[in-house]
Design a protein around this ligand. Structure first.
Ligand code: PLP
Length: 414
């Protein structure tokens, strides 16, 4: 289903024209389709309903409270990577037992809080962290359930900045180093090893990588079971990719489900997943207005009111987002760099794009901006972050106000 589509010469989100939202709320503006979000969640639920699965949405992909609330209301748990995310999901109403706490650098304060509220499981990423969790659990008289996050050394085909499953990245415990942990875990009364976790990267479009990781992690499970550990679950992380380019195909969630079920069906293990991008990425767009155009020698620039501070993926990962005019235009095509007002050469949203020549006042929309869009936004150049709007059929409502200049400075002291 396409929830952002063209009709009568302009682009709609569900039954609402994007131009209407721009005039009502201003630009830059994040617009989400509730039906798209629900559809993606439902696809996960249907693909895994015949299998004991806990789907824990990766909060970092998009942590807007309304979006979290919707996802949790559909029965999803949360994968959090900081105390801030933990506090937020609890505030939104999720039970702590439905939280998986991941992350490579949990501080003592964060671990104390996770143990206090009783998160479902902590994914441990180093020996040093394991020792800290044992210390905290002991001092609080609690027994903490953990997974070891392993680094299965799988080379996935994605941007190196978002590949996480190779030894050269900072994530997880190298699978060959796991045996060193055995004595530490066998003699522990405060920490119980109940599972293994991995997250091999993001924007993965080849299911083969997940198969390789599954096989590797099952070997590890076997070896630890034989040593007497009560292994009950495997957390395969997130990482399923989405289509960013016109004509690009991503593996359907149902296919991903089939592959996972096949590998884990006869194991008796409970499966945990931590999808982020594949839930919210293609449920959101970023709307922006053209401020100026100019030509330097032979290069054409379209300067828009959204910038790298609003959507950093193109600058940070050289990521491609498909984009176009909100209102269909006739006229000659031009090849143009879509850039923001921020004072950085790296501030671009798209380079060398072919489109009908934009003029000031035109509205453009940037697709697939729902994940790692607003959640990575900053105030660089003292730019207030955009507003966010949810659309459901003919209805739409603000889910985050545009920041004001006052909120930018309020934490500062003179
Ligand atoms: C980022 C992350 C995810 C989500 O990844 P997506 O590619 O958005 O699905 C899941 N688990 C962990 C540990 C992560 O760091």
């Amino acid at each position: 289903m396409n929830y952002f589509y063209e009709k009568k010469g302009e682009v709609f989100c569900e039954s609402v024209a994007l131009s209407k939202l721009a005039s009502e709320f201003g630009t830059p503006l994040y617009v989400y389709s509730l039906a798209a979000l629900q559809d993606h969640c439902q696809q996960y639920k249907t693909s895994f309903d015949s299998f004991p699965t806990e789907i824990c949405y990766a909060v970092k992909a998009n942590d807007n409270a309304s979006i979290l609330k919707e996802i949790f209301s559909l029965g999803f748990g949360a994968d959090v990577v900081s105390q801030g995310e933990l506090e937020k999901v609890l505030k939104v109403g999720l039970r702590a037992t439905q939280v998986v706490y991941s992350g490579v650098g949990k501080s003592q304060r964060e671990i104390e809080r996770a143990v206090e509220v009783g998160v479902g499981v902590i994914n441990v990423e180093s020996v040093s962290e394991l020792k800290l969790i044992q210390k905290v659990a002991q001092s609080k008289g609690r027994i903490v359930s953990i997974n070891l996050r392993v680094n299965p050394n799988i080379d996935v085909k994605t941007n190196p900045y978002i590949a996480t499953g190779l030894y050269q990245t900072k994530f997880g415990i190298a699978d060959e180093a796991l045996d060193e942990l055995v004595p530490l875990l066998q003699n522990s009364s405060s920490v119980v090893l109940e599972g293994f976790a991995c997250h091999i990267g993001s924007q993965i479009l080849e299911l083969k990588s997940f198969e390789q990781a599954s096989l590797r992690i099952l070997e590890i499970v076997q070896s630890f079971k034989s040593k007497g550990f009560p292994i009950q679950r495997v957390d395969m992380g997130g990482g399923l990719g989405i289509a960013y380019r016109e004509g690009e195909v991503s593996p359907p969630i149902s296919e991903y489900g089939k592959v996972m079920r096949e590998h884990f069906k006869s194991t008796g293990l409970k499966l945990y997943l931590e999808p982020g991008r594949s839930i919210i990425g293609n449920a959101g767009v970023l709307l922006t207005e053209v401020i100026h155009t100019k030509v330097n020698r032979e290069k054409h620039f379209t300067i828009v009111d959204a910038a790298m501070n609003d959507l950093i993926r193109p600058s940070l990962y050289d990521a491609y987002h498909s984009m176009g005019h909100v209102r269909t235009k006739n006229g000659p095509d031009c090849i143009t760099d879509i850039v923001g007002p921020v004072c950085e050469t790296g501030d671009f949203l798209g380079l060398g794009r072919t489109m009908v020549e934009p003029i000031p006042g035109d509205l453009l929309f940037i697709r697939s901006a729902g994940a790692y869009g607003f959640s990575m936004a900053s105030n660089y150049n003292q730019r207030p972050r955009p507003a966010e709007v949810m659309v459901s059929d003919h209805k739409f409502w603000l889910i985050r106000k545009r920041e004001s200049f006052e909120t930018l400075w309020q934490q500062e002291t003179l």
